[in-house]
Design a protein around this ligand. Sequence first.
Ligand SMILES: Cc1ncc(COP(=O)(O)O)c(C=O)c1O
Length: 385
Amino acid sequence: MQMYTPPFPSRLPKIGTTIFTRMSALAQEHGAVNLGQGFPDFECDPALLDAVDAAMRAGHNQYPPMAGVPALREAVAAKIEAVYGAKYDPGSEITITAGATQAILTAILCCVHPGDEVIVLEPCYDSYGPNIEMAGGRVVRVPLVPGTFRPDFEAIATALSSRTRAIIVNSPHNPSATIWRAADLQRLADLLRPTDVLLISDEVYEHMVFDGEVHASASAHPELAARAFVVSSFGKTFHVTGWKVGSVAAPAPLTAEFRKVHQFNVFTVNTPMQVALAAYLADPAPYLQLGAFYQRKRDLFRNGLASTRLRALPSEGSYFQCVDYAQVSELGEEAFCRWLTAEIGVAAIPLSVFYEAGFEQRIVRLCFAKRDDTLSLALERLARL
Ligand SMILES: Cc1ncc(COP(=O)(O)O)c(C=O)c1O
């Protein structure tokens, strides 16, 4: 019998292995400190691990309800109300997802029809574009202002059309580490008011905001909240990115459509983690202290960078720090990252990969969600530049 694997046209013909995978492999090959991919190299709170263990041993090992364990949905709603003053009904307006990645894909699949346009602000997280294309939508890319990475509301207004179904906003922002403030949300609300455009608000770094600023959540802006899917990630908030548990808060009519897709996408998210997270959320301290925890790391890292030839851009939120390397090298961003990994021993991510057309600014992204000794080792090496 002749074995035959039929070919078929790719749904995502332009997509190959991501830069994150490639840089992590290169970092390993060269024994480089990996400040490329965004995840902590330290453990989460042991109390959270104990809570998972207890949940498993208590028999929480079968399918939970489709929308998520009720206690976790209730805890999420209570947290949103406590932190942002917004009321969501856990029964009909909160859904537990397999991380923010699935939440964003599901939100897009449930509302974007073939031919619809979705506005994304570049540079942006790499899943948005392919997600929109998988739904048959057209990605409309609006650049953030080069240099400051602030939203350009005139450009967003120009990009809005009768075909625009949604806009995706991400604050605190990966990769630029800038944040939106309440006035930015107000500008967006003014723009969207006369339209039927939905908002997908990616707020996975919501608890990592620095220097006394507060996170401007779309949930706290009632007019925007009425048309928004607000996406959160427990992986980011509790240092457990591998768990892939997140949540979506959205008004009941949006949640109803979201759950139709969720039901036939993942159906449910693993039970013991949900039970553990529900118990762990009873104490608000871990997420309320997260900003101070990461601000200390950011400051340690930035102080060290000050004695290198890299120029640190502002880092207002998230666990990223962008640096301008124009004084160090004339290489393009990807070539610079390869060189930095192989020759200096520090892995970084080129900012250009967050742009569809690969815009070059001699800026790379570093992640400071690392142990202090990891950051010190990276700084020692970067001081050689
Ligand atoms: C902006 C942004 N959105 C979403 C995600 C995905 O989050 P999760 O790990 O919960 O799927 C990430 C992870 O890096 C991110 O940076």
